[in-house]
Design a protein around this ligand. Structure first.
Ligand code: TYM
Length: 339
């Protein structure tokens, strides 16, 4: 579909290039990003400036940025249809983040659970960037005046903060400039959990590789990880309500439901009364079927960094056109002189 037929609302989302992209990123985010391309003008960003809020080895960061872009492409982002770039190429992200750091209140940032989780007990030693992280995220979105942001459940609080910043900016300066930002959190896998512990989020930083399915895992690795995934000793129930106190079972059934694009009820109906062994076999087959093409494309793109770089360069040029315009308007609203 050409741009002319699309709703003029903009979609923005991003992911950090901090290691292995995994099934949680794919089901919670990338897959939904792909679906939105048909109806909206979409901007997808590898947020390398967010990544450096904790130290990254410079050489690895470069490779991981390309790998994250490869994951977006392999999942089905069309770089002609949508804009795909890495954040640091468009300096207005940092400029607007500073202005938002002056709009946001300390009290708002103090409430952010992700900061508390990531900083842990050692808050005093966390970087200022990690603390201010959500102001940069608000800048990412509002620089493009995007009104829809497809993310997994874990980003909801950051998007509420983005709404607060937009509202306060508009109030403080007496303008109706930034739009309302709507989180788009859809599907049955908005919070994919670790395969080793159904109460912990599947994450890039979990030291156990068996806790997640990486988008670079081959068929054998996917099969091995599902086989070893933690379960309980009960058979599968005939309805999703019965999964309430069975986090591992709920997680695997949710993953199945999301990959197969069917409801939780339907998955329970299909496997009711069976043990985990046949269910895991079916899940492995499904996961390999759905993820195989993504994995293979990622492997191919990894061998062609020149192509990935050209996509990011082109995307940054297109993003810059919008970003420069917004930043000039924001500076005028705020009263920053540009003689
Ligand atoms: P990040 O890099 O942690 O994750 C990228 C996307 O994947 C989703 N996700 C999950 N979804 C379901 N289950 C999981 N286990 C899981 N793990 C990750 C995340 O919700 C996210 O949608 N702060 C963001 C990046 C960001 C951003 C933005 C997002 C920066 N600027 C502007 C939206 C708009 C982050 O760290 O995502």
């Amino acid at each position: 579909m050409g741009t002319e037929n699309k709703v003029r609302e903009r979609v923005f989302s991003g992911a950090q290039p901090t290691g292995n992209m995994h099934l949680g990123n794919y089901l919670g985010a990338f897959r939904n990003w792909v679906k939105l391309q048909d109806s909206f003008e979409c901007i997808y960003c590898v947020v390398d400036l967010h990544a450096i809020t904790v130290f990254q080895d410079p050489k690895e960061l470069v490779d991981q940025t390309r790998e994250a872009a490869a994951a977006f492409l392999a999942a089905g982002i069309d770089p002609k249809e949508s804009i795909l770039f890495n954040q640091s190429q468009v300096p207005q992200h940092s400029e607007l983040a500073w202005i938002f750091a002056c709009v946001a209140r300390m009290g708002w940032l103090n409430r952010m659970t992700q900061f508390k989780d990531k900083a842990g007990k050692n808050r005093e030693k966390a970087s200022v960037g990690l603390y201010a992280y959500p102001t940069l995220m608000a800048a990412d979105i509002l620089l493009y005046k995007a009104s829809r942001v497809p993310v997994g459940e874990d980003q909801k609080q950051h998007l509420e903060l983005t709404q607060d910043i937009a509202r306060k900016f508009n109030n403080d300066f007496g303008v109706d400039y930034f739009p309302n930002v709507e989180p788009v959190i859809t599907g049955n896998a908005t919070r994919v959990m670790s395969l080793r512990d159904g109460t912990k989020k599947m994450s890039k930083s979990d030291p156990s590789d068996f806790s997640r399915i990486n988008l670079t895992d081959d068929r054998e690795a996917i099969a091995r990880k599902i086989k070893k995934a933690k379960t309980d000793s009960e058979p599968l129930p005939d309805n999703p309500q019965a999964l309430k106190n069975r986090p591992e079972a709920l997680n695997l059934i949710s993953i199945y439901s999301s990959l197969a694009d069917v409801s939780l009820d339907e998955v329970c109906g299909r496997f009711a009364g069976l043990g985990f062994s046949p269910f895991k076999e079916a899940l492995t087959e499904l996961a390999i079927d759905r993820l195989g093409p993504v994995t293979e494309e990622m492997v191919r793109l990894k061998q062609d960094p020149g192509y990935v770089d050209s996509i990011l360069r082109d995307g940054a040029a297109r993003a810059s056109e919008i970003a420069e315009r917004t930043m000039a308007e924001v500076m005028e609203i705020v009263g920053l002189l540009r003689p």
